[in-house]
Ligand binder design. Structure first.
Ligand SMILES: [Zn+2]
Length: 625
């Protein structure tokens, strides 16, 4: 398999670009200077943003996200939290143990505990512009329209308050990390071929504009920071960021330090700070430098040390499985409220088991390739980010584990079937905030999104799937791909037609159910067995059939799906395979004959790989007694 990867990498360089020639994206370059007051958890900053309009539209308005404003009583996030049937456990308090009654933690925030982010003194190229704060969105009516192809400089002052930790960002998280600074600054919303994506911060997810960030953070000198970006003044800061051999001495009279970071081509900037961080640095040969920041706490130290070599292996695995990690640095930081992916870093909880720690690192670091480099619009197509990340996470953890237990994919299929049975499934194309329940969002986007790829293996074969993932990354990195782009990539690699698959799997809740309806044996001169199949579910599929004989031999049959215009390679070349006539979707029934000489059939099975997400497995096999 490694050789296949290598030859494809060489090919990958010469392939013509798959992107539509009319493709464009906006560009941002941020300069921010912020100072943090650790008594009030309030911060003040200045932002200068050079915004380039690469669209064909003349922009009269621009929109910023002010995420912190969600953490206020009666915000849209609070109202949603109070009305959703299965609120996030981190965001509510149970009034009584064993009591179903739950109270929103946002609803109880006092003025000095809530989050806010306000903007003042907004100017466009030095001229004042009109701003309107609509909770988590700032609408700016520009002083002058931005013409196609033109840049403008937008400056503003901002002042914020870090909310007590409820979701993702905040102060004093449950493991005692003081500052988890994600979604903390006024962030330009994305404008793309679909228009503005000025989504309010209700629950999830994120979409942003790429550009270069230059960020200066002034904070009490006793705090150690980690986050997005390369530290520019490491030899003045120290804390194990300095070059080897450099002695850093900070004069006693100095109260604060200004940390200066630069991050090229990212669509977000996140940081965390604590006085008790241990900071370890580990190199992933030829890829990137890993930074680990975690509390100096004896009960977690062993796990955090042990996880470092595993993180090296994970990064190497992702790098060869998907494509080159384009940054020089990645930081794993104990902070936040679980695990959340950010540009060049992740904020994760750190007190759990070693397996839990490695699992969350595998997932969040895996996001770097999807959320941060491909960066599809997660609010609209969360499954492409969470699902594909879950796929490489599961694959990496399985491949790198010392003792291989049950393939994690088996659990993913079970979770999808459970969602279907619940009757609460909504199409993957549902906006991330618009799922009725959190659970149906999670299973859809993490699991059904993962199965999009594993089932693609069933459709086009393992080798084509692996090539598709690499080619997709190669062609669409830093381009915000859409669902059609992964489908077209798989089509280009395999030659199969897959539009029907993208539609059924992502835009509907149609399910797959094929069955063996009947098996009849006849001996009129020569012995033969007739197999009658039926398509019950709406979603069509090509069919692999395995026939096992009483003498221990096996053979397989393959029924191509007519609308795919494709024949898959034999997935198990050790078993002789016969390609049958194709099956057209319009006909729910299919019949074929197995000619035999003297061997006796023991069992006939649809899809022995289990990769096809057939919701009713019990009718997929037939045993001859
Ligand atoms: Zn994720």
């Amino acid at each position: 398999m490694k050789n296949v990867f290598l030859s494809f990498l060489v090919l990958g360089v010469t392939v013509t670009t798959a992107q539509n020639a009319s493709y464009w994206q906006q560009h941002v370059d941020y300069k921010m200077d912020v100072s943090m007051d650790l008594k009030s958890y309030q911060y003040k900053g200045k932002q200068e943003l050079v915004y380039t309009n690469n669209s064909n539209d003349t922009l009269q308005k621009v929109y910023y996200h002010l995420f912190n404003n969600a953490f206020q009583p009666k915000s849209e996030m609070d109202m949603r939290l109070q009305s959703i049937k299965d609120p996030d456990g981190r965001m509510f308090t149970k009034l009584k143990e064993s009591d179903e009654k739950k109270q929103s933690r946002i609803a109880n925030l006092q003025p000095n505990e809530m989050g806010y982010l306000h903007v003042s003194n907004f100017k466009q190229d030095g001229i004042a512009a009109v701003t309107k704060e609509i909770e988590t969105i700032l609408e700016v009516t520009l002083a002058r329209p931005i013409l196609p192809g033109k840049s403008t400089t937008l400056t503003l002052d901002f002042n914020g308050q870090v909310p007590i930790q409820i979701r993702r960002s905040g102060r004093n998280n449950k493991e005692g990390v003081e500052l988890s600074m994600s979604q903390w600054y006024p962030k330009m919303a994305e404008f793309d071929f679909e228009g503005w994506h000025a989504d309010a911060y209700v629950s999830r997810e994120f979409h942003g504009v790429w550009g270069d960030f230059d960020v200066k953070i002034t904070i009490d000198k006793n705090y150690i920071l980690g986050g997005t970006g390369y530290l520019q003044n490491a030899n003045q800061i120290g804390y194990n960021y300095q070059d080897t051999g450099v002695k850093v001495s900070i004069p006693k009279s100095t109260k604060t330090l200004t940390w200066h970071f630069k991050a090229p081509m990212v669509h977000d900037f996140t940081w965390a700070a604590d006085k008790e961080y241990v900071h370890d640095v580990v190199q992933v040969p030829d890829v990137a430098t890993l930074h680990f920041l975690y509390k100096n706490d004896p009960k977690i130290k062993e796990n955090w040390k042990k996880a470092q070599q595993k993180t090296v292996e994970l990064m190497q695995f992702f790098n060869s499985f998907v494509g080159k990690y384009p940054y020089e640095q990645y930081s794993v930081i104990q902070a936040g409220d679980g695990g959340m992916e950010y540009a060049m870093c992740t904020l994760i909880l750190g007190e759990g088991s070693y397996e839990g720690l490695v699992g969350v690192i595998a997932h969040e670091m895996g996001h770097s390739w999807f959320q941060h480099v491909l960066a599809n619009n997660e609010s609209k197509h969360g499954w492409m980010d969470e699902g594909f990340t879950t796929f490489i996470e599961d694959t990496a953890l399985y491949e790198l584990s010392d003792k291989k237990g049950e393939n994690p994919l088996i659990g993913s299929y079970k979770a999808y079937y459970k969602l279907v049975d619940s009757g609460k499934e909504q199409p993957l194309s549902t906006h991330a905030d618009r799922f009725d329940e959190n659970r149906s969002y999670s299973t859809a986007s993490y699991i059904k999104g993962e199965l999009f790829l594993t089932q693609l293996e069933y459709l086009i074969g393992r080798e084509n799937l692996l090539k598709t993932i690499k080619r997709f990354y190669h062609d669409f990195k830093f381009k915000h791909p859409t669902p059609n782009d992964i489908k077209r990539t798989a089509e280009r690699i395999s030659g199969a037609h897959l539009d029907w698959y993208l539609i059924d799997w992502t835009q509907t809740t149609n399910t797959i159910d094929y069955r063996i309806k009947d098996v009849e044996s006849a001996t009129d001169g020569i012995q033969r067995t007739s197999v009658f199949l039926e398509r019950i579910g709406r979603t069509p599929m090509p069919i692999d059939i395995l026939v096992e004989y009483t003498n221990g031999t096996k053979e397989s049959f393959y029924i191509p799906l007519r609308m795919m215009n494709f024949e898959k390679e034999n997935p198990t070349p050790s078993i002789k395979r016969t390609i049958l006539n194709d099956w057209a979707w319009g006909n729910p029934n299919y019949f074929f004959e197995i000619p035999q000489s003297k061997t006796i059939i023991k069992k006939i099975t649809i899809d022995p790989s289990g990769l096809m997400a057939d919701v009713k497995k019990e009718n997929n096999s037939y045993e001859i007694k």
